[in-house]
Write a protein that binds this ligand. Structure first.
Ligand SMILES: Cc1cc2nc3c(=O)[nH]c(=O)nc-3n(C[C@H](O)[C@H](O)[C@H](O)COP(=O)(O)OP(=O)(O)OC[C@H]3O[C@@H](n4cnc5c(N)ncnc54)[C@H](O)[C@@H]3O)c2cc1C
Length: 485
């Protein structure tokens, strides 16, 4: 225990449990406490990593050998207007708190991730996207203003009107420019607690993409699951789920379906089996043959039982599928998992994603869980958004495959970046600096550096991801810039 601030030694890992290390952790409860933590780090030569709920798969919220500032104690919803749908929350407010506050008034977060655990600060810092990214962009497009504490302890208000350069860089800035202390988010109106869902199966990647594209104009949300174990003519086969919001007056039972308890995920399977124990049932399948079987069974059941079907689902059940089985990631224990999410322009997707799936087969490491989404470009500085598609793939890590897996991820990055694609820091554990440079370009990285020099001249903020990938990419950009001059 330190005299000035309450420090705790902890191992801080990424959500995927495959990267991270020993850190000093502090969880302040006031802005004064935050400023004191920053001052303590500066005085003791410690660098600082910011952390929300720690849902980033890789090392984006890790601070090995550093001071990790945990912002989870900033969990007050400061204001919510049922007239405008604008919610003002401290940085540690979670997406779960946001929808629980707003749903009965007929509002839902404009963008949510596959889990409701992320904080507003973490969501803004990574500029998260949802299954509606193609229609409404990432969460940053719905943020009206931020309050930010600089590493020097000064409070700034940033928005599209006030320091728009900072607004567009801090959103998606991976916690390297300042500490977000407050987020003003505009929620979207909903007129029912249910969504109309449509399920479609597709026997290969070409058909999957065609059916996905066809469904987009009439859908508010769209996502596809791929059986990454399928090969040959079945490569990229999968199931598409699209959803449409109900219009005003369409749900005669809206008052009831909009109640919080209607959106909560059930704690028991079929009313009996506790879901908290379900990961234990899945664990015996946590090897390539078991996952091949599970992916095959999921595809076949979707094809035979669900194809072409319409049904209704609560917003919570549709969006937070990954919260359905608590702690499912524990099937990847003890060495964890990494996720690789490739973002590829629309005009290259039919070539690059099949090549990526085939590459994983060539390496003998097909993904255990693969998910496809459609995206659109956005105005944020280090954005992963583009007019294209993303393919997120989970891979188990073992001491034996670790080196080969990292190498395979680098090869996927080459395919992605050579096609004009992007990397998404929230998911990343493996990208190399040269790929980051290729993804964002020297000009944007140098703009980011200029803002960092202004807000954090002593370079106090530095997650493990920053040291591994972003800082060396900025150095490469500087070298390229010097050479060009
Ligand atoms: C099961 C699962 C499903 C997911 N699905 C999606 C998805 O569909 N779409 C998607 O986009 N993402 C998805 N994610 C990723 C997740 O949404 C992001 O990683 C998000 O940033 C996590 O928020 P967090 O509060 O946990 O932040 P953390 O992971 O703790 O931190 C994220 C980043 O924000 C920084 N940071 C945290 N708080 C602050 C703050 N107050 N001020 C400044 N910087 C801060 C950290 O330094 C770090 O760089 C998923 C993650 C999981 C585990």
């Amino acid at each position: 225990m330190n005299q000035a601030i309450a420090l705790e030694s902890q191992t801080i890992a990424g959500w995927g449990m495959a990267v991270g290390g020993a850190s000093q952790v502090v969880a302040p409860t006031s802005k004064e406490g935050l400023a004191a933590a920053l001052a303590y780090a500066a005085d003791h030569g410690l660098r600082v990593a910011l952390r929300g709920s720690g849902c980033s798969y890789g090392d984006a919220a890790c601070g090995t050998g550093k001071l990790v500032i945990d912002l989870a104690q900033f969990h007050q919803i400061l204001d919510f207007s049922p007239q405008t749908g604008i919610l003002r929350g401290e940085a540690g407010v979670t997406l779960r708190q946001v929808w629980q506050t707003a749903v009965a008034a007929g509002f839902w977060p404009p963008v949510v991730s596959g889990t409701m655990a992320p904080t507003l600060g973490g969501a803004a810092s990574m500029n998260i996207h949802g299954k509606n990214a193609y229609a409404v962009g990432p969460i940053g497009e719905h943020i009206q203003a931020l309050e930010v504490m600089t590493p020097g302890g000064q409070l700034l208000e940033v928005s599209r009107q006030q320091r728009p350069d900072l607004f567009h860089a801090i959103i998606g800035g991976a916690g390297e420019l300042g500490l977000i202390t407050r987020v003003d988010l505009k929620l979207k109106p909903i007129y029912s607690g249910k969504l109309n869902v449509h399920a479609t199966s597709a026997p290969n990647f070409g058909a999957l993409l065609d059916r996905f594209v066809q469904a987009l104009p009439s859908s508010d949300y769209a996502v596809a699951w791929l059986d990454a174990f399928a090969t040959g003519r079945a490569l990229g086969r999968g199931l598409i789920h699209t959803a449409r919001q109900l219009a005003q007056g369409e749900d005669p039972d809206a008052k009831n379906t909009l109640q919080v308890q209607q959106q909560e995920l059930p704690l028991h399977l079929m009313g009996v089996f506790p879901k908290a124990a379900m990961w234990r049932l899945m664990k015996p399948f946590a090897h390539p043959a078991g996952m091949r079987l599970i992916n095959w069974a999921k595809y076949q059941s979707g094809r035979w039982l669900e194809d072409g079907k319409d049904y209704q689902q609560s917003h919570g059940a549709f969006h937070f599928l990954l919260d359905y089985v608590p702690n499912w990631k524990w099937i990847y224990r003890p060495h964890g998992l990494v996720q690789h999410q490739s973002f590829v322009p629309d005009d290259r997707v039919r070539e690059v994603f099949p090549a990526i799936l085939a590459l994983c087969h060539k390496h003998g490491m097909p993904s255990w869980l693969a998910v496809l989404k459609r995206h659109r470009p956005d105005p944020f500085l280090l954005s992963h958004g583009l007019d294209g598609w993303s393919l997120a793939q989970d891979f188990p890590v073992t001491p034996r495959n670790r080196e080969a897996l990292w190498e395979m991820c680098h090869q996927m990055d080459e395919l992605v970046m050579n096609a004009g694609g992007k990397v998404y820091f929230a998911k990343d554990a493996t990208v190399r600096p040269a790929s980051v440079l290729q993804a964002f370009g020297a000009e944007k990285l140098l703009q980011f550096k200029a803002l960092r020099d202004e807000l954090d001249p002593n370079g106090l903020l530095a997650t493990d991801l920053y040291d591994r990938a972003l800082a060396p990419a900025i150095a490469l950009a500087q070298a390229a810039d010097c050479q060009a001059k």
